[in-house]
Design a protein around this ligand. Structure first.
Ligand code: IPM
Ligand code: MG
Length: 337
């Protein structure tokens, strides 16, 4: 996946007559094998120096033993925390040409263009964990400051789009969600009166995402709800392999990764869909390098490859032949000119 995105970035650089310096480092399983740590010190030093970080995916059966002392996923969580990237942007657009790839009826997904803003460095992912005998616990904590900063990001983005913001919580059960709701309501009323605000409980949101997905503009939610809802939302677009993400903090640096995992069942076979990773590179160009034209060109090149009928296996359906990861990437590169 990263090779695909890199081919595209190299082409962008050649066309724009600038040069990207790539520093390739290990994370996850490869890092555990090499050093024992899923996020080695040299990787930490490198990402702190970098203007942006492009990441593939972590995890695999080799490192999934529940009794293992370290897991690849911990490297990813530590990376997000180290970089302070609390705002995870996951855009979901339905390309009408891929409507057939979605399990939902075309009239339901028509016009879907939503953005999930997932809180990424707090909540149950980062709370204390414990296990003793027959009992286990994961602590979920949020502070007012953590909620305010993510809702601000989401509200600003809503104002740059259709002006609608839906906050998703579980305030009928969770204390963290009750805080989330009152902080969100207060902040939107005082700082963003122009935003058209809506609140949904997460179970209802999961349903509304399937029954009226085109109504949503920006959705803001806590870490775990955002993880779950974005996998669900990927089915609107047709494949998990299509969706990019940008994780941003206070500065211009950021972490860019597709929302999918390492898909060990298809890894290394030249059949995976590179769109999510290539589109993540486009977000990197936009948010960290401020190269909006280049970002747009990459997104258009992906769309043009799809418009020309090129499909990887996940979106090919029964009536069109699939091409490989490298072949699809070559089409995107060619479309860049
Ligand atoms: C994601 C992934 C990760 C997460 C895993 C790999 C830790 O599912 O980026 O959505 O849960 O955040
Ligand atoms: Mg996930």
């Amino acid at each position: 996946m990263i090779d695909a995105a890199r081919d595209v970035l190299e082409r962008v650089a050649a066309l724009g007559e600038y040069r990207f310096a790539f520093d390739v480092r290990d994370i996850g399983g490869a890092a555990i094998d090499a050093t024992g740590s899923p996020l080695p010190d040299d990787t930490i030093a490198s990402v702190k120096e970098a203007d942006a970080v492009l990441l593939g995916a972590v995890g695999g059966p080799k490192w999934s033993d529940p009794a293992a002392a370290v897991r690849p996923e911990q490297g990813l969580l530590d990376l997000r925390e180290t970089l302070g990237v609390f705002a995870n942007l996951r855009p979901v657009r339905v390309n009408p040409r891929l409507a057939g790839a979605s399990p939902l009826r075309p009239e339901i997904i028509d016009g879907v263009d939503l953005l999930v803003v997932r809180e990424l460095t707090g909540g149950i992912y980062f709370g204390d964990k414990s296990r003793s005998g027959t009992s286990a616990s994961d602590l979920c904590t949020y502070t007012t400051a953590e909620i305010e900063r993510i809702v601000r990001v989401a509200a600003r983005l809503a104002l740059s789009r259709r002006g609608k913001l839906c906050s998703v919580d579980k305030a009928n059960v969770l204390e963290t969600s009750r805080l989330w709701r009152s902080v969100t309501d207060g902040l939107l009323a005082s700082e963003f009166p122009a935003v058209e605000a809506e609140t949904l409980l997460v179970d209802a949101a999961a349903m509304h995402l399937l029954s009226r997905p085109a109504d949503f503009d920006v959705i803001v939610t806590e870490n775990m709800f955002g993880d779950i809802l974005t996998d669900e939302a990927s089915m609107l677009a047709g494949s998990l392999g299509l969706l990019p993400s940008a994780s941003l903090g206070d500065g211009t640096s950021g972490l860019y990764e597709p929302i999918h995992g390492s898909a060990p069942d298809i890894a290394g076979k030249n059949i995976a869909n590179p769109c999510g990773t290539i589109a993540s590179a486009a977000m990197l160009l936009r948010h960290s390098l401020k190269l909006e034209d280049a970002a747009h060109a990459v997104e258009s090149a992906i769309d043009a490859a799809i418009a020309a009928g090129h499909r990887t296996a996940d979106i090919a359906g029964s009536d069109s032949a699939a091409i490989g990861t490298r072949e699809f990437t070559a089409e995107v590169v060619r479309n860049l000119g």
